[in-house]
Ligand binder design. Structure first.
Ligand SMILES: [Zn+2]
Length: 106
């Protein structure tokens, strides 16, 4: 196993991005889920981690290293990469070059 990237000590899940790590922590209260369950009367609104089934529901998937990633986010990242001017080979117009070389004017 490789070292966790954005590992969660609570649920032992690992995430490819910090955004996803943050997103798997749900609940708005200062106390944790286990603390809220221990309350009298018992509550279930403390901060907790999403379960694997809930993360799958959100469309997340696990890569070959067992890390959770968001396919939609990966797609957006790829789009940004392309927009940055990194076009696939063969689609770029030649901007400059040895224009006219080898051509003789009539
Ligand atoms: Zn977690």
């Amino acid at each position: 196993m490789s070292a966790p990237l954005n590992g969660c000590r609570e649920c032992a899940c690992d995430f490819t991005s910090l955004r996803l790590f943050d997103a798997h922590r749900v609940g708005v209260n200062a106390y944790t889920y286990s603390e809220s369950v221990a309350m009298e009367p018992m509550r279930e609104d403390g901060r907790r981690c999403l379960g694997a089934d809930e993360m799958l529901e959100r469309g997340w998937a696990r890569n070959d290293k067992g890390r959770w990633f968001d396919p939609e986010e990966s797609e957006r990242a790829r789009a940004r990469f392309c927009a940055a001017g990194v076009a696939p080979e063969g689609t770029r117009e030649p901007q400059e070059g040895p224009a006219g070389v080898g051509l003789s004017r009539p």
